[in-house]
Design a protein around this ligand. Sequence first.
Ligand code: FAD
Length: 262
Amino acid sequence: MRIIVCIKQVPDPEYASMDKETGTVVREGVELMVNPFDLYAVEEALKIKEEFGGEVIAISMGPPQTEGALKEVIAMGVDEGILLTSLDFAGADTLATSYTLSMACKKISDFDLVLCGKQAIDGDTAQVGPGIAAHLGIPQITFVRKIDAITSERIRAERLVEGGYEVISSPFPLVMTVVKEINEPRLPTLKGKLRARKVEIKKWGPEDINVDKKRIGSEGSPTMVDEIFTPVLTKEGKIYSDEEMEEAVSEIITAQEEMGLI
Ligand SMILES: Cc1cc2nc3c(=O)[nH]c(=O)nc-3n(C[C@H](O)[C@H](O)[C@H](O)COP(=O)(O)OP(=O)(O)OC[C@H]3O[C@@H](n4cnc5c(N)ncnc54)[C@H](O)[C@@H]3O)c2cc1C
């Protein structure tokens, strides 16, 4: 099984902040980490490899320091890391990001599964995984909490939905996004850390993955951030004591009448 895992380097939430002018996350001069959900994707990829053989390749689009994130997952057991890095990729929204990652998947080729976290803790859109599947024209199963069967032809998984789960089966190749219920990510081993120190992370730019330059970076990003603000809580609650029950009932009826509900 040839598995690609998409990992994103994100600012540690303890130090993260937003640039109100540009509407983007401030990434300079802050502690960085691997997006926590992506560690679950890495762990699942490693478990599948341990059972069925094959290889796990991690890819990430980001500035040069993202190499550190790739080395972190290599220390967990990932075979290879590829960094998509170029000024031309900068300023990408989710459309351009998923297009770029999908073109890297095409270049890697012959993959069976692309694994992503359910969302990044900074951008938080959960759009990149589904976007990659759409660009590649392959099936997707999002919010996977358990992979319960793998055959040479198909994979079956449980995906979280509100109030329960769905069981979905898909042929290969496909994209999956995973939630934290799926596993417990392993810690890097000493052997893994030593390997990560020596391993060379491949660096690919736009020419290496044959992208249409109009579809990457800020030029390929139609998203406009209008404004960033903390929403004002408009709902108000009122707590009545036992003695105020009559008053409560009458106030609730009046409110419902005013709203035209009764
Ligand atoms: C106008 C605009 C400009 C922006 N400019 C920048 C910028 O210059 N630099 C920047 O870093 N961000 C930038 N962003 C944010 C960037 O678009 C998003 O962070 C990115 O598209 C991923 O979206 P998300 O964080 O919501 O990921 P989600 O969709 O929530 O992520 C889901 C999963 O997709 C995978 N994934 C997501 N992003 C990557 C990645 N880069 N590499 C590998 N896997 C990934 C991971 O597995 C992740 O768990 C910009 C956004 C906008 C709207």
